[in-house]
Design a protein around this ligand. Structure first.
Ligand code: GDP
Length: 177
């Protein structure tokens, strides 16, 4: 993305967490490759993807980690969280259970990640308006309560994906700089 010859000022590790099938892998590939892949889960074994962006004239390489399906077995290890400065906590707006589990994921972050980690709550699949099971206000309230940033997004349409990552990375930048 035109940063090939530029020096990198910061590397930010960001972890993507949330229940299985909420769209974590697709959000990641939308942000790093601007792609949505219909035959998902070809990513097993791939640990992270990167995208380099500029914030306040600083070149920041975002290294974004995917659980690669480990969350199915509740086997996300502390190594996954180690050194993470930001977290994308994803639920599916059409699956109430994935939102009900968000509190557990926040606990997991508080237990394993750095105290200053910046957390962005993402209500994914916002394109599926007719299937919505989680009102936006519920998520707004939860996010305010827990001190999280919040956005609904769609990995499929791409809506709000970049905006949410940029917001997270900007907040992370303001924490570290
Ligand atoms: P993960 O297990 O959390 O990594 O979820 P995946 O990224 O593998 O996505 C799970 C399923 O949801 C796949 O069938 C995706 O095609 C689908 N999906 C992911 N994001 C979206 C989205 O924004 N909108 C819609 N309609 N489907 C999505």
């Amino acid at each position: 993305e035109g940063h090939v010859h530029e020096k990198i000022d910061y590397v930010f590790k960001v972890v993507v967490i949330g229940d299985s099938a909420v769209g974590k892998t697709q959000i990641l590939s939308r942000f790093t490759k601007n792609e949505f892949c219909f035959d998902s889960k070809s990513t097993i074994g791939v640990e992270f993807q990167t995208r380099t962006i500029t914030i306040n004239s600083k070149v920041i390489k975002a290294q974004i980690w995917d659980t690669a399906g480990q969350e199915r077995y509740r086997a996300v290890t502390s190594a996954y969280y180690r050194g993470a400065l930001g977290a994308m906590l994803v639920y599916d707006i059409t699956k109430r259970q994935s939102f009900d589990h968000v509190a557990r994921w926040v606990e997991e972050l508080r237990a394993h990640a750095d105290n200053s980690i910046v957390i962005m709550l993402i209500g994914n699949k916002a394109d599926l308006v007719d299937l919505r099971a989680v009102p936006t206000e519920d998520a707004v309230e939860f996010a305010e309560d827990q001190g999280l940033f919040f956005s609904e997004a769609s990995a499929l349409s791409g809506d709000n994906v970049d905006t949410a990552f940029f917001r997270l990375l900007e907040e992370t930048f303001s924490v570290v700089s």
